[in-house]
Design a protein around this ligand. Structure first.
Ligand SMILES: NC(=O)c1ccc[n+]([C@@H]2O[C@H](COP(=O)([O-])OP(=O)(O)OC[C@H]3O[C@@H](n4cnc5c(N)ncnc54)[C@H](O)[C@@H]3O)[C@@H](O)[C@H]2O)c1
Length: 377
């Protein structure tokens, strides 16, 4: 009996060790496959092209500037809010719509696309409330067409521009990626819907993706020759600089009674070149197989109040702003500041530019734009 039990035990132990060996072999096989995959990808780096959708827009054009130094790049943009002249000359440019298969398919037929970076969207919160159809059509339905086309051509790497608006009105000092998402407008919801679709596509079709949730993109390319030009402009730094250039009578500050040190809202500003660099790290992580799926916040981790931003603009430009203090706007959280610890730990990224450097670069761009933009092709 003891013998049998012992035998049984030893058979059990032997059985367990067979199972462990099988697991070990399978783990080794997986590691070898990952390494082979990484080598193939690294060798192929440069033979493939990266499709940047929305690459003629503010953030997309800055990414393209950085990416063309490493990769062959093709930009697809319908120029609804972007500008052809923002696109670096080294990139191939196609004017077309991401929701239109007739525009997409020839690109995937003709070029060896390895990954898609998707910046194209409508992104005015107020407009999304009065015209949600436009937002769900362009940000969600059109993106589905892009994803469907990618899958048809077996392109499985995707980087998506998401937003802090997916969090809604958070109640924490630093927002981490696991903070519950609860968007409060159609714009934020349209972005969250795509995040959810991506998770489903990863499980069902093996899509690899990185979602980057930006906080407030700001600043301009170092040379000052490309930068932010939204119409209408809703972002604080360009609005203040336009005012200081005499293009607006005054600046309105909405609410001075928030629970913040100076009573005005606090936001997290990130230089657009810092954003571009995070995209390149995310792309490398996908192409080398280091990451299959990930969601990262992109912010400075440092909040600045509206008053502080205006003061810094005054300091950088040496000009004095005329400020009108008015009531709070509905739906403005007191504080929105990112923790970017996760992307620092996993990909080694952190924001490099200070608020002053962000504003200096934006000021250079606004001055350049004021004198040369209208005469550019
Ligand atoms: N600017 C910010 O602070 C900020 C913050 C969070 C998230 N985002 C997101 O980052 C992305 C880029 O923002 P941005 O500030 O550069 O905006 P942008 O308007 O300057 O750029 C968007 C680009 O996409 C193009 N586009 C729009 N719809 C298209 C379509 N159907 N087909 C082809 N091209 C199309 C536009 O012409 C434009 O060139 C957006 O997805 C936005 O939601 C921006």
């Amino acid at each position: 009996m003891t013998f049998l039990l012992g035998k049984r035990e030893s058979v059990g132990q032997f059985g367990a060790s067979i199972q462990e060996s099988e697991e070990l072999v399978s783990a080794l096989e997986n590691s070898v496959m990952t390494i082979v995959h990484q080598i193939v990808n690294v060798l192929n780096w440069g033979l493939y092209m990266i499709l940047v959708v929305g690459g003629a827009g503010y953030i997309g054009s800055h990414l393209v500037k950085e990416l063309v130094e490493k990769e062959e790049v093709i930009v697809l943009d319908n120029l609804s809010t972007g500008y052809r002249r923002l696109v670096d000359e080294q990139a191939v440019f196609v004017q077309g719509d991401l929701g239109n298969k007739a525009d997409l398919e020839p690109i995937f037929e003709k070029y060896p696309i390895q990954a898609v970076m998707h910046f194209a969207a409508n992104s005015l919160v107020g407009e999304s409330v009065v015209n949600p159809l436009k937002y769900y059509q362009n940000n969600v339905a059109a993106t589905l067409t892009l994803l469907e086309t990618m899958l048809k051509y077996n392109v499985k790497n995707f980087i998506f521009s998401s937003t802090a608006a997916t969090y809604g009105i958070p109640n924490v000092e630093l927002i981490t990626e696991d903070y519950p998402t609860n968007p409060i407008n159609p714009y934020g919801r349209s972005k969250l819907m795509i995040e959810q679709i991506l998770a489903d596509f990863a499980s069902a079709y093996g899509l690899n993706y990185v979602v980057l949730r930006y906080f407030n993109a700001a600043g301009a390319y170092e040379s000052g020759e490309i930068g932010e030009d939204h119409n209408p402009e809703t972002h604080l730094i360009p609005i203040v600089l336009q005012h200081l250039l005499g293009q607006r009578d005054k600046i309105s500050v909405f609410g001075t009674d928030y629970n913040t040190p100076d009573g005005t809202c606090i936001r997290d500003y990130i230089h657009v070149t810092d954003l571009a660099k995070a995209h390149i790290l995310a792309l490398e992580a996908l192409l080398t197989g280091k990451k299959k799926t990930a969601i990262y916040n992109l912010g400075n981790g440092l909040g600045y109040s509206v008053k502080k931003v205006i003061e810094t603009c005054e300091k950088v430009t040496g000009r004095k702003a005329v400020i009108e203090y008015t009531d709070r706007r509905p739906g403005d959280p007191a504080r929105l500041v990112a923790s970017s610890q996760k992307i620092y730990e996993e990909l080694g990224w952190k924001a490099e530019y200070s608020l002053e450097q962000i504003i200096e670069s934006a000021w250079k761009w606004h001055q350049w734009k004021g004198t040369k933009w209208s005469s550019c092709p």
